[in-house]
Design a binder for this molecule. Structure first.
Ligand code: FES
Length: 238
């Protein structure tokens, strides 16, 4: 099996095309060979962080996700060079890490903004108007000229009880409404923390019902496009 294949030397693993930018960094290196520590310079702090992560697991392969997360925090994305550095410290092949990085959505395999807003639009959040929240954020970002920030829809982030919610630079913020969009984008533009006090882990954070409040209902009733049992629901009977 080869990492680079095809007449245009498009980077591939098997039949899967790799993200743009990977060819240059992989052209002179066999991704199925564990990098030699004598040949790869890894920043000391990144090496120390990855080694600490590895020490938590009985098998170093299990450290792949958090180790790649550490590299992503440092470089902004899981670049080919970042994969080589992580592979060098973990003593695994870059191909093993590429398989992990290209599978998990939270790991970025292309350059993107330093900051990010991942709006969950899976079922629980969708039923509470998440799509409108996402669209309001995109609109506000355009209007305010927000740069260096990735805003995208995301699959369930595992915080359905605070639906609709978003991961903003890793902070789980919610429940959100469309009226929060302007403040979130303004904070991101100014380099501030969006919606302080509204995220899991913020001091005194509580869900609405923990404060004795009703959960805010979306302005409009949202109909699911997909029936919970599978297939397209179409019109849902009242
Ligand atoms: S459906 Fe949005 S966090 Fe689970």
């Amino acid at each position: 099996m080869t990492f680079l294949a095809g007449p245009e030397r498009e980077p591939r693993i098997g039949s899967a095309a790799l993200p743009p930018g990977w060819a240059a960094a992989t052209a002179d290196r066999d991704p199925y060979v564990v990098p030699d520590p004598a040949e790869v310079a890894v920043p000391d702090d990144l090496r120390a962080e990855i080694e600490e992560i590895i020490s938590r697991y009985p098998d170093r392969h299990s450290a792949a996700l958090p180790a790649l997360g550490a590299a992503q925090r440092r470089y902004g994305w899981c670049s080919p060079q970042a994969l080589v550095e992580v592979a060098c410290v973990m003593q695994v092949t870059p191909a093993y890490l590429a398989a992990v990085a290209t599978f998990y959505d939270m790991l970025r395999t292309q350059p993107s903004g330093r900051r990010y807003v991942y709006v969950c639009t899976s079922v629980s959040c969708h039923l509470r108007n998440a799509r409108a929240v996402y669209e309001a954020l995109v609109r506000a970002a355009r209007e305010q000229g927000l740069e260096d920030c990735e805003i995208r829809e995301f699959e369930c982030l595992g915080a359905c009880d605070m639906a609709p919610m978003a991961s903003i630079d890793g902070r789980y913020v919610g429940p959100l409404s469309t009226s929060d969009a302007e403040a979130i984008v303004t904070a991101l533009r100014n380099g501030d923390t969006p919606l302080p006090g509204r995220a899991l882990g913020d001091p005194d954070y509580q869900l609405p019902w923990q404060r004795g409040e009703e959960h805010p209902l979306p302005a409009e009733r949202v109909r699911p496009h997909v029936h919970p049992a599978g297939g397209v629901a179409g019109e849902v009977p009242e």
